[in-house]
Every structure is written in structure tokens, then in C-alpha cells.
Write a protein that binds this ligand. Structure first.
Ligand SMILES: [Zn+2]
Length: 376
């Protein structure tokens, strides 16, 4: 067996120390010594290197009851940040997250969406300005991730299906024209699932279902987002639920979208909060509509689970109104339609973080960077 070179051992020690302080948030020399079994000269040398790279800062002195107080070192999570951007019809929202995935700054500007170069240049001017401010505060900007209401091509370079924002065919090179940072595009539902995964280490196999006005899904396999060869795994919204049924914006009939969108709950100019408040009062017509909607959602969940029998995470605008009884009712319906009587799955609500999709998009830059930094 070939002996490891001195450099690789040195590197491995440095990465182990980085991983330790990243996970713990802070550490003393004594902690590195005890937990990693490294010598004090090695620890001192590596701390110096990490400090020079801006990865750690000296914190307070450790409280002690006697003897010398130990210096606490803190992981500098803001040393690098990534920016997630969501383009909406009337405005853009950009959020910077640090290496812990925590949002550290937000920029929102009114900017009516136009699929043209003038719009993208203006948008990128705003993002460049935001990034420069972050850089001034000492953060390296890793990149800008756009979360898109559309399906992204296999190579990640264009939108192959963008009927909601009417931007099918849009290229990343056009979208990022004038942007001074590396960039990528990610389907918004995949982005939300990224955040779900980042903050919940117990997630293994699951389908995330987003009950937005334009519903959708994402697939998690073995603890990772699984976008599949066409980057459209989990596009449950165009699954045929009722053959020959309602016409969908995709051009087909009977899609899940047309039965499971919370829009189908609202009638006569009713708002979604309005619908659920009347429902809560027990109004018969609303209860009937809600029960039917839940039947359709359950049917979609059952179909999905016939191929991927993992957990089910329900998110999106409508999910916030579902209480424990509603979730239990949904689960009951799914179990009823599931053959073999399998009941060993979780059906629960998602994290519903503010701007979860934007944070998840930015994690597309943070995750590989942290993995490389800590050799995880
Ligand atoms: Zn459709």
C-alpha cells in the first residue's frame, strides 16, 4: 500500500478541523485536540490558515473556574454567501444566504417582468449592486441562483417549458446577461425541496407536493434531490387525474393541476383565506368542495406513491390552511386507495420557510462549496 503523502494528511487534517468547527459553530484548541486527536502545533498552524482565509474569527475567551482561559474560535459563516433570486410578474426578490443556509440580506425591487434583454440587464444591475454591498461587508459571493417557474433543460442552460412566465426557450446566457457572478437556474419546486433537505437531515425518500395555484412536485431519493435525466422528476401537475377532464394550461385535459390547484376551492371571487374561514364555520357547500378537493389530492398522492413509495411532504399556499384533522383525513384517503395496506409512511407538512424556494436555490451554490471545504 502506498503511504499517503504529507500534503494529503495535512489537507485532511485541515478539512477535518473545518468540518468540526463548521458543525459545532465554535471550538477551542483543546476541543480540536480531544475530538480529532491532533497535536497542538498542527492545530495552531491550521487555525492560522483558516483565519487567514477568513473562515474563522477569534471569539471570546472561554469562561473558566481556574487556570488559563481558552480562546474560542468561531466559524465565519458569512465569509461566503450565495444569492437566490425569484422573478415574479411585478417584482424580483433576491436573498443572500450564508454557509449555514441562513438568510443574511434581502433585496426586493418592483420590476414588471418582460422576457427581453432590457429587463434582464436591469435585473442584473440590481443583483450586481446587492452583491457588491455583500462583498463590501467581507463576504465572497459564490454565485447567483435563479429559481424558475418552469422546467430547466438537462444541461441547465435553458427553459424547456415555461408556460407560466411565457419564457419557454429562455437561455441562461440571456437571463444572466450583465451579471458579474456565476449563475444557474433551478425549477422552483426543486429549489424548495433543496431547502427541505438542508434543514431536515432525516429525510431519505420522499415526494414533495406543492399545492400552489400552479401545483408541482419534487423527488428526494436517498437523502438527495433527484431531478432525473430530464430534470423534470416530480412534475406531478400534468399527471392525468381525470381522462378527458378539465382543460389545463399545458394543452392537455384532466391534469392534476386543474383538480388540485387551490384555485378550484374558490368560487365567485372568493379569496383562499376567505374560503378557509367560511369552511371553518362549517358551511355545507364549502365542506363539500373541500372534501372533493382532498379526494383529488389523495388520488394524486396515491398515484405518485405507486411508483415512489416514500414519505409525502405537503407544502405550498394551500398547505398552510390544512390543520391536523385535514392532514389525517388526507392520509386516511391515501391509505384507503393504497393496495397491500402499506401504512408505514409519513405524510406531513413541509417546513414552509419564508422564501423557501429562493433559499433552496442559493443552496445550490452553498452545498457543494461546504462539501468541498469540509470534505463531507
Ligand atoms: Zn397539464
Amino acid at each position: 500500500m502506498k503511504a499517503q503523502s504529507a500534503l494529503s494528511v495535512k489537507e485532511a487534517n485541515l478539512k477535518a478541523m473545518t468540518a468540526f468547527i463548521y458543525t459545532q459553530g465554535s471550538a477551542t484548541k483543546q476541543m480540536f485536540e480531544h475530538e480529532l486527536g491532533l497535536s497542538l502545533p498542527t492545530i495552531t498552524q491550521n487555525l492560522r490558515a483558516m483565519e487567514a482565509d477568513g473562515l474563522i474569527v477569534k471569539g471570546e475567551m472561554q469562561q473558566s473556574t481556574g487556570g488559563r482561559k481558552a480562546q474560542i474560535y468561531e466559524f465565519a459563516a458569512h465569509s461566503s454567501v450565495a444569492i437566490g433570486v425569484r422573478i415574479q410578474t411585478t417584482r424580483i426578490t433576491a436573498i443572500a444566504i450564508d454557509l449555514n443556509g441562513k438568510s443574511v440580506a434581502t433585496r426586493q425591487r418592483t420590476l414588471p417582468y418582460r422576457n427581453n434583454d432590457a429587463y434582464y440587464q436591469r435585473m442584473n444591475g440590481i443583483i450586481n449592486g446587492f452583491a457588491q454591498e455583500l462583498a463590501k461587508q467581507g463576504s465572497t459571493v459564490l454565485g447567483v441562483a435563479f429559481c424558475m417557474q418552469g422546467i430547466v433543460s438537462v444541461d441547465g442552460q435553458s427553459i424547456t417549458f415555461g408556460k407560466i412566465m411565457n419564457n419557454t426557450g429562455l437561455k441562461l446566457s440571456e437571463l444572466s446577461h450583465g451579471l458579474n457572478y456565476p449563475s444557474l437556474m433551478i425549477h422552483d419546486f426543486d429549489a424548495s425541496a433543496m431547502a427541505e433537505l438542508w434543514f431536515d437531515h432525516n429525510l431519505k425518500d420522499a415526494v414533495c407536493i406543492y399545492l400552489e395555484r400552479r401545483p408541482g412536485g419534487a423527488v428526494i431519493v436517498d437523502g438527495s434531490l433527484y431531478q432525473g435525466p430530464n430534470q423534470c422528476n416530480g412534475s406531478i401537475e400534468h399527471m392525468t387525474l381525470i381522462p378527458g377532464g378539465n382543460t389545463c394550461y399545458c394543452g392537455q385535459q384532466g391534469c392534476m393541476d386543474t383538480y388540485c390547484s387551490p384555485e378550484t376551492l374558490m368560487e365567485d371571487g372568493e379569496s383562499l383565506p376567505g374560503f378557509f374561514s367560511v369552511l371553518e364555520q362549517g358551511e355545507q357547500e364549502h365542506r363539500k368542495r373541500f372534501s372533493q378537493w382532498l379526494d383529488y389530492v389523495a388520488l394524486a398522492v396515491t398515484n405518485i406513491r405507486s411508483v415512489l413509495a416514500g414519505d409525502v411532504i405537503i407544502s405550498g399556499e394551500a398547505a398552510q390552511y390544512l390543520d391536523d384533522d385535514d392532514m389525517a383525513g388526507l392520509r386516511e384517503r391515501v391509505v384507503e386507495h393504497t393496495p397491500f395496506g402499506t401504512t408505514d409512511f409519513a405524510l406531513r407538512k413541509g417546513m414552509a420557510l419564508d422564501h423557501q424556494d429562493i433559499i433552496g436555490a442559493a443552496l445550490r451554490f452553498v452545498e457543494p462549496y461546504v462539501r468541498e471545504l469540509c470534505d463531507m
